[in-house]
Design a protein around this ligand. Structure first.
Ligand code: SF4
Length: 80
């Protein structure tokens, strides 16, 4: 099973890399993340909740993304 997971990660090219994610259940569609980091977040759908449009964070943007995570009022954003 673990080997299968590793293969899946390898196919996704994400071995050892953190990925950005938004928990749609928690997001309240305030728009703060999209406003600060439109390269990574976009409000979509009927409820306008945030979706990650670029899950691999560029090295130069890591500090900015940490700020966005801190600013999210519902702690819906993760980067791990
Ligand atoms: S900052 Fe948080 S609550 Fe606001 S839209 Fe982004 S993910 Fe949703």
């Amino acid at each position: 099973m673990v080997d299968e997971d590793k293969k899946a990660e390898s196919r996704a090219g994400s071995v050892g890399r953190k990925v950005l994610a938004v928990d749609q259940e928690i997001c309240i569609a305030c728009g703060a993340c999209e406003e600060t980091a439109p390269k990574y977040f976009k409000l979509k759908g009927d409820e306008g909740k945030s979706s990650v449009i670029k899950k691999n964070v560029d090295e130069k943007d890591i500090e900015m993304i940490k700020g966005v995570i801190t600013e999210c009022p519902t702690e819906a954003i993760s980067y791990k």
